[in-house]
Write a protein of this length. Structure first.
Length: 246
């Protein structure tokens, strides 16, 4: 039996290598270990609502559905072009609602820098590191957007008694989102947040500073998901930290 298993593994490895060499693509296990950990954490903590801040065109929400999450998703995306695509992606999902605004530390309007690749758009100005590691992240124009504190919209979401997971991916603006969630954060069980090992935006917190901030809010680092890295040097620039309440 062991010899049979070994031979099958050897055959599959050869098949994978042949496919990769022939077509120039790589076969990867799905879900990845990081996604596998995420869905297990969501199940372990009985998460039934995920607030998706910085949704872009809906990549994160779609990924959640692909790994088996079946609860509510509430997405916030402020930029007009990305929001149209997000709205289309979520339109056939009865448990996925979308809002065309940014969450932050105040209520009002703001200007956002739109990047060439869309996903790197930020209310904050960039640092040289951003385009040095990703030329496609260059800012190409500005757009006026609506911004609100999570505290000011939380009650209207009707999720107070739910097990809430807050995902924040706002290109350096994560601290401001937390600053606008002083009261609502008390209802949040888990947080997934982009953290900078090497800052790419002016005014963003470093990994250590964000870790300390969340620790002071009563959250403990549970796992880390790898993120953007410099394609030239191999340096890891950003990760997603996943925190749950102690």
């Amino acid at each position: 039996m062991n010899n049979f298993i070994y031979k099958n593994k050897s055959f599959l490895l050869k098949l994978k290598r042949a496919f990769n060499n022939s077509f120039g693509v790589e076969i990867l296990k799905y879900p990845t270990p990081e996604l596998d950990r995420r869905i297990k954490l969501l199940k372990n903590f009985n998460i039934d609502v995920i607030i998706d801040v910085g949704a872009n065109i809906g990549q994160y929400g779609s990924e959640l559905r692909n790994i088996g999450y079946k609860g509510r998703i509430i997405s916030f995306e402020p930029t007009s072009e990305a929001f149209v695509k997000l709205q289309k992606t979520a339109s056939k999902d009865g448990l996925w609602e979308v809002h065309n605004m940014s969450l932050g530390e105040r209520n009002g309007e703001s200007e956002i820098n739109i990047s060439k690749n869309s996903v790197s758009s930020s209310i904050l100005n960039d640092l040289p590191q951003l385009t040095a590691s990703a030329p496609e992240a260059t800012f190409i124009r500005k757009e006026t957007i609506k911004i609100k504190k999570l505290d000011s919209v939380f009650d209207s979401l009707n999720i107070k008694d739910k097990n809430i997971y807050l995902k924040i991916d706002t290109q350096g603006y994560e601290k401001m989102v937390l600053d606008g969630a002083v009261e609502s954060i008390k209802n949040v069980l888990g947080i997934q947040i982009e953290m900078a090992l090497i800052p790419s935006y002016q005014g963003s917190l470093t990994f250590e500073e964000m870790s300390d901030k969340l620790k002071n809010l009563g959250f403990k680092l549970t796992t880390i998901e790898s993120g953007h890295y410099n394609k030239k040097t191999g340096e890891l620039i950003e990760v997603d930290g996943v925190f749950f309440k102690n």
